[in-house]
Design a protein around this ligand. Structure first.
Ligand code: NAD
Length: 256
């Protein structure tokens, strides 16, 4: 039985993760962290703290799905107590991203801006398409999310762009065609964000060539897809026994 600490347990993704853990026989929530501890705590049968500094127990693994500013204090707890961490939150700045990387020298860390298995397959398909279709095909990425999402473009859109760039190394990302009046450059990867309603997450990578278009897309219909992946990743990290930075692809390749 693994004891999981869930940071951001009161949010949309956090709630789905708590529900997923409750349905699992292999793990339980030892505690939650949420800045709205009082109202969130009233919903759950485990203790919820406003800050990781208030928690003096020992988790087997931590899942963070809160806010990018939570990463540094959370990773301090994890590295001091040798607790593996699944960082599912997006929108980290450079200092926070460096802290995540540094922590992976001390503990196992899974940092994935999209925990769904489908998106992780999409990353492989994008690399294959970019390699097969070559520079004659222009790459554009369109992501759509609900009207409460804070960061744009989505972390997943950037992961997809990075997958394409790993094959087309001279690519440059373009977020705004409004500011400049000129033709599209051959090496551009256009990244576009749509925000509205309750859209859970739509990602489409368009490879537009001469007279033909290839579209690769993924739709998430509920946050359960992220929760399932995050809990699976947490159980994987809790037992992996080797420090380092892990991806969902590593876990899938490991047959977990
Ligand atoms: N990796 C993935 O697969 C994936 C999928 C969807 C969303 N996300 C990311 O997960 C994060 C949460 O998304 P959401 O839609 O659940 O947001 P949300 O706003 O519904 O929930 C965030 C929760 O975190 C709490 N919180 C805010 N700041 C905090 C802090 N410093 N410490 C502790 N708790 C804090 C809030 O009170 C809230 O309950 C976002 O960064 C989002 O982009 C990741």
């Amino acid at each position: 039985m693994k004891n999981i600490l869930v940071s951001g347990c009161g949010g949309r993704v956090g709630t789905a993760i708590v529900t997923r853990i409750a349905a699992s026989a292999d793990c339980r929530v030892i505690a939650g962290i949420d800045i709205q501890a009082e109202s969130v705590g009233a919903r759950y049968d485990f203790p919820v703290y406003a800050s990781i500094d208030e928690f003096d127990g020992k988790a087997d693994v931590v899942i963070d799905c809160s806010h990018h500013t939570a990463a540094i204090p959370l990773l301090k707890y994890c590295t001091e107590n040798r607790v593996p961490a699944v960082i599912a939150t997006t929108g980290h700045n450079e200092e926070e991203t460096d802290a995540i990387r540094a922590a992976s020298a001390v503990i196992p860390v899974m940092y994935s801006r999209n925990m769904s298995l489908g998106i992780n397959l999409l990353l492989e398909l994008v690399k294959k398409a970019a390699a097969t279709l070559g520079a004659d095909f222009n790459i554009e990425i369109v992501e759509q999310h609900h009207n409460k999402k804070l960061d744009a473009p989505s972390g997943t859109a950037l992961m997809l762009a990075d997958a394409a760039k790993s094959v087309r190394e001279d690519s440059e990302y373009v977020y705004d065609r409004h500011a400049v009046r000129r033709e599209r450059g051959e090496n551009e990867i256009g990244i576009h964000s749509v925000r509205g309603g309750t859209i859970v997450g739509e990602h489409e990578v368009i490879f537009a060539g001469q007279d033909e278009i290839v579209r690769i897309s993924h739709s998430a219909y509920s946050r359960d897809v992220f929760a399932t992946g995050a809990v699976r990743a947490a159980l994987y990290l809790a037992d992996v026994g080797r420090v380092g930075m892990y991806t969902m692809s590593d876990m899938i390749a490991d047959g977990k």
